[in-house]
Design a protein around this ligand. Structure first.
Ligand code: C2E
Ligand code: MG
Ligand code: MG
Ligand code: MG
Length: 279
């Protein structure tokens, strides 16, 4: 009867919950081990200038090279890392690696001297009082100039920022590090934040880019974000560009930079140089 079915459902639910918490425990352990054994690696996705097609930056994206599970994408562990606070030491490691790798590629001539690296910063890192020191140390250790580094924050991270965190971000911006808003349009930030914040770029979320060619409302949103960026003097970067038609439309709309599988997947190697004929 209904009661028996209800009980069964309940058992199924408990079972799913139990598996999920075991998962979280296992992932937390894997993260700790990954930190201990230096198993966080970065893959680098090119960000290209929409007009020239030349790579101007890479976005440094973390993976966990787990001995049992293989290469884990951030979707499989970032939430657990944030909830457990492990994102703080992981983030510090990512920042150091991203800066060191860019400096090494510049030194060996594998990338243009002006190439930048972008690193994702979680809210937990942004609110830490040692953020300025952590960023300063990564730059000093690698020898990169501050403008070679870009930090991507989500709208939620920015919205949660208190006065002390905002002052800290301003200090980092004043050093010359570029700050920007990631996944723009998916969070709850109001447009007034754009004025309040020390940001120099916005990244149009890939969910809007996905509908850019065929969905009129997505096209309106992308158009509006690009215009807003232009009006405020911000660099606009479209993410998730997968099709030539999207890329062409972004160029027509005046978007500055683009990133996506069409232009290059995240990879361990530096972005491919332009063919001489393409210049
Ligand atoms: P994100 O910062 O928005 O990074 C872009 C994500 O979109 C990356 O996934 C990238 O591989 C993927 N992507 C790029 N181009 C395309 C495309 O054309 N199509 C599709 N479908 N996807 C594309 P990834 O590497 O799995 O990272 C996912 C998210 O994890 C990132 O989103 C970022 O929020 C977070 N994350 C990655 N690395 C770090 C990190 O070091 N620290 C923190 N706090 N978060 C990170
Ligand atoms: Mg990002
Ligand atoms: Mg993004
Ligand atoms: Mg995104």
């Amino acid at each position: 009867g209904a009661k028996a079915r209800g009980k069964n459902r309940c058992e199924i639910f408990d079972e799913a919950l139990r598996e999920r918490s075991i998962d979280r425990i296992a992932i937390t352990a894997a993260l700790r081990q990954g930190l201990r054994d230096d198993r966080f690696v970065l893959h680098y996705q090119p960000v290209v200038d929409v007009i020239t097609g030349a790579p101007v930056a890479v976005e440094s994206l973390v993976r966990l090279n787990d001995p049992k599970r293989g290469m884990l994408a951030p979707g499989e562990f970032i939430q657990v890392a944030e909830d457990s606070g492990l994102i703080v030491p992981i983030g510090t490691s990512v920042l150091g690696q991203a800066c060191r790798q860019l400096a090494a590629w510049r030194a060996s001539g594998e990338v243009e001297p002006g190439m930048r690296t972008a690193v994702n910063l979680s809210a937990r890192q942004a609110t830490r009082r040692d953020l300025v020191d952590v960023v300063t140390a990564a730059l000093a250790e690698s020898g990169l100039e501050p403008s070679a580094l870009a930090l991507e924050l989500t709208e939620t991270a920015i919205m949660e920022a208190d006065a002390a965190t905002l002052r800290q971000l301003e200090e980092i911006r004043d050093m010359g590090v570029r700050l920007g808003i990631d996944d723009f349009g998916t969070g709850y930030s109001s447009l007034s934040y754009l004025k309040r914040l020390p940001v120099s770029f916005v990244k149009v979320d890939r969910s809007f880019v996905a509908g850019l060619v065929n969905d009129p409302s997505d096209r309106e949103i992308v158009t509006a974000v690009i215009r807003l960026g232009q009006a405020l003097g911000l660099t606009t970067i479209a993410e998730g560009v997968e099709e030539p038609a999207q890329f062409a439309l972004l160029r027509d709309l005046g978007c500055d930079q683009a990133q996506g599988y069409l232009l290059g997947r995240p990879q361990a190697e530096p972005p491919a140089r332009l063919q001489p004929t393409a210049r």
